[in-house]
Write a protein that binds this ligand. Structure first.
Ligand code: PLP
Length: 368
């Protein structure tokens, strides 16, 4: 006799995926239609419009990439970087280093500006680095999931555009949870994921590109060196021509549509405020337990908090106990912060006061 899959009822308070609204799960279980079925094509248009709202952009080329956040990251670099382009990357955490690696693989002449993990770049530092390196592209991580720091972005694109440079921003841990204005801030290329602030399972990842970035793409002397993620081809599938490109993950896009509808129903401002309020509740509770956060309050992300593991405490054992005895998932540190911090996520559907209370209560008991 075959047994149905039986997974434990975890509360996912790590860096993602997060738990999802039952509405999203139920949308995901609807029977798939064909990927060129008129009803599915209409759903693609709906996703594009809802993504434009969530991202506050009018960008024509706004789509969901079939794959996780890393696929959308790869799409961004594949379509933006031409061999020999000077690509300046802000590295202040694990995902900045991933951008360095990927930009190099697409032939970029990669330069880095660095900050200790947990800090962010000032506008002045960005200006100086743009003047020194004169890059064709600047890439920054808005919400560094490895450190819990939020990079301020206002004014950055103005500096870039004065130097004829495009601005790429990783919004994987900010979209749907942290204020983000693609057009107002002048961001040229951005990518994200479904499983964090949008409150959806992983698998369909938002991507958007400004007309300035599209112009650079259309003027490339050679095709994009990645067939699957070539936006000149994908634009023909997502645009009016509807040219077959690949078999889209239909059910992942059903889920993405539903999660984006939930974002729109709640309203962005309301959603951002909710994330901020619940994060503040977490920070106060942690302070009461005598635990301190790794990032200054001014730059702390509401979606992901890094908490310093006190001396003499076995961080891994605590996380393990939370999982096995309380069904609560939190994560340890990545890279340089490995063994030094816990990472606690409050994202999308999971950003709620009752989850903060559950975690604080369990953490107190387990630490004791
Ligand atoms: N960029 C950032 C900032 C992330 O936090 C992550 C994943 O956590 C990624 C990129 C990669 O996304 P994925 O794991 O969905 O491929």
């Amino acid at each position: 006799e075959t047994k149905q899959l039986d997974m434990p009822p975890r509360l996912l308070l790590g860096p993602g995926p997060a738990n999802v609204n039952p509405r999203v799960l139920s949308a995901m279980s609807i029977s798939p239609v064909g990927h060129l079925d008129p009803t599915y094509l209409a759903l693609m248009d709906e996703i594009r419009d809802l993504l434009r709202y969530a991202w506050q952009t009018e960008n024509e080329l706004t789509i969901s990439v079939s794959g996780t956040g890393t696929a959308a990251m790869e799409a961004t670099l594949a379509n933006a970087v031409e061999p020999g382009d000077v690509v300046l990357v802000g590295v202040k955490g694990y995902f900045g280093n991933r951008l360095v690696d990927m930009a190099g693989r697409y032939g970029g002449d990669v330069r880095t500006m660095t900050k200790p993990w947990g800090q962010v770049f000032s506008l002045e530092e960005i200006k100086t680095n743009l003047e020194n390196h004169k890059p064709a592209i600047l890439a920054l991580v808005h919400a560094e999931t490895s450190t819990g720091a939020c990079q301020p972005l206002e004014g950055v694109a103005d500096l870039c555009h004065q130097h004829g440079c495009l601005l790429i921003v990783d919004t994987v841990t900010s979209l749907g949870g942290v204020p983000l204005y693609i057009d107002e801030w002048g961001i040229d290329l951005a990518y994200s994921c479904s499983q964090k602030g949008l409150g959806c399972p992983p698998g369909a990842s938002p991507f958007t590109m400004s007309s300035r970035a599209v112009e650079k793409l259309n003027n490339r002397p050679k095709p994009v060196p990645n067939w699957y993620l070539d936006m000149t081809l994908l634009a023909k599938y997502w645009g009016e021509q509807r040219v077959y490109h690949h078999t889209a993950p239909i059910n992942s896009n059903y889920a993405l549509r539903e999660s984006l509808r939930i974002v729109a129903e709640e309203g962005l401002e309301q959603r951002w405020n909710r994330h901020q309020q619940n994060a503040e509740m977490l920070w106060s509770g942690l302070a009461e337990l005598g635990l301190s956060c790794h990032v200054d309050r001014e730059h702390r992300l509401p979606t992901l908090t890094t908490v310093r593991i006190p001396d003499g405490v076995d961080g891994k054992a605590i996380a393990r106990k939370l999982l096995t005895e309380y069904n609560i998932e939190i994560a340890g540190g990545l890279g340089e912060l490995g063994g030094k911090v816990w990472r606690i996520g409050l994202m999308g559907y999971n950003s709620r006061p009752e989850n903060v209370l559950l975690l604080l209560d369990a953490l107190e008991k387990v630490i004791k």
